[in-house]
Design a protein around this ligand. Structure first.
Ligand code: AMP
Ligand code: MG
Length: 349
């Protein structure tokens, strides 16, 4: 009897001591955020934690993942910090028709995923689009409208089925002179997944990553409520057309408003239809919600190229992937399973 009450007293004492210990320090969840230009885009990461040391380390490591993937996937040296000689994609392209190139596990994973979705989308997503991207000059900011002849020549180099991937040897080979891989439609999503993995390993339970429209909402908001992610109005960057409520999900948009130039009132943007070599013209934007940022990135680009009809058919073959389409007539449609998770709005910032 006595013994028992003594142990209760001891427990009480420990709880009280812990209580006073906590009162001395701050246990309030704080936001730790940082912004920087990475992968040709503004990257903002916010981490919510009570531990300032963890907050800083989490930001350092998440940004480092983006730099690491960028260094593997950059093919033009857009970012001065990248040594192109170490970029897998630069090396693969430079050795087209010459020899297979040894690549990292991450590059292999990106190429395998790209090819899987290339198959599923009937070639609407095709990372051998590089020579056509270069022709339009989107990457180098030397934008011009190519002639049909120029397009035909470069299109002959676009065919993901020709990429020779050797899983065992971890090598990649492009068989034709002038072939070039472009990971612009997947690298940001893959880097986002790698950063999320790091954050989770460190024990972060609430964070938001926004890489220029590639969003990942980790966990829920610090108060336990869902994250709210806006979908941009493709014709008014001061407006959002809808808000999605999510947790542990990627929300990735592709749009004709992201990178484009106009000539005689016609908009030429960076998402190209491999079957024509020209900007895909059935959508203004596509937004994909799913648990993998890589899948969301690839699929937003693929669905954009496919257009609403074929896009819906592709979505039907996938599980746990939701989407919002804004078609060329600015008509908005969305997956039925988003009901209750999407609010339409016209909010001026
Ligand atoms: P995103 O902004 O994710 O939709 O990706 C667009 C980028 O992907 C472009 O800037 C190109 O680098 C690349 N790209 C363009 N068209 C395609 C395509 N049909 N398949 C794969 N990548 C593409
Ligand atoms: Mg994409």
């Amino acid at each position: 009897m006595f013994r028992r009450s003594a142990s209760i007293a001891v427990i009480l004492l420990i709880i009280l001591t812990l209580g006073t210990g906590c009162a001395g320090k701050s246990v309030k969840v704080q936001e730790f955020s940082r912004e920087n230009f990475v992968m040709d885009t503004l990257l903002k990461i916010s981490v919510y934690t009570t531990d300032p040391q963890l907050g800083k380390q989490a930001l350092d490591e998440a940004f480092a993942e983006f730099s690491r993937i960028n260094a593997l996937a950059d093919r033009h040296g857009d970012n001065k910090a990248v040594d192109l000689e170490n970029s897998d994609i630069y090396k693969i392209n430079a050795n087209a028709r010459r020899k297979p190139v040894q690549v990292s596990e991450d590059t292999m994973a990106m190429l395998e995923k790209s090819n899987r979705f290339a198959d599923l989308s009937g070639g609407a997503f095709d990372i051998t689009i590089g020579p056509v991207v270069d022709l339009w000059g989107f990457q180098q900011n030397e934008r011009h409208i190519p002639s049909d002849e120029e397009l035909r020549t470069k299109q002959a180099l676009v065919d993901y089925r020709q990429i020779v991937l050797d899983r065992e040897q971890k090598t990649v080979f492009l068989p034709q002179n002038g072939m070039a891989l472009d990971l612009g439609g997947i690298a940001k999503g893959y880097a986002t997944d790698m950063a999320v993995k790091k954050l989770r390993q460190l024990g972060v339970t609430s964070a938001m990553i926004n890489a220029g429209g590639n969003v990942y909402a980790l966990g829920s908001k610090p108060d336990g409520s869902l994250w709210r992610v806006g979908i941009q109005d493709p014709r008014d960057d001061q407006n959002i057309i809808a808000i999605l409520s999510v947790e542990d999900a990627a929300v990735v948009s592709s749009g004709d408003y992201e990178r484009y130039f106009s000539v005689d009132g016609v908009r030429y943007h960076h998402i190209l239809d491999p079957s024509t070599g020209k900007p895909a013209n059935q959508m203004m934007s596509t937004t994909v919600v799913t648990s993998s940022a890589t899948d969301a990135d690839v699929l937003s680009t693929a669905l954009f190229v496919l257009g609403p009809e074929r896009g819906r058919q592709l979505l039907e073959q996938l599980t746990d992937v939701r989407a919002v389409f804004v078609d060329a007539a600015q008509k908005v449609t969305y997956s039925e399973s988003l009901e209750g998770q999407i609010e339409f709005t016209r909010i001026h910032f």
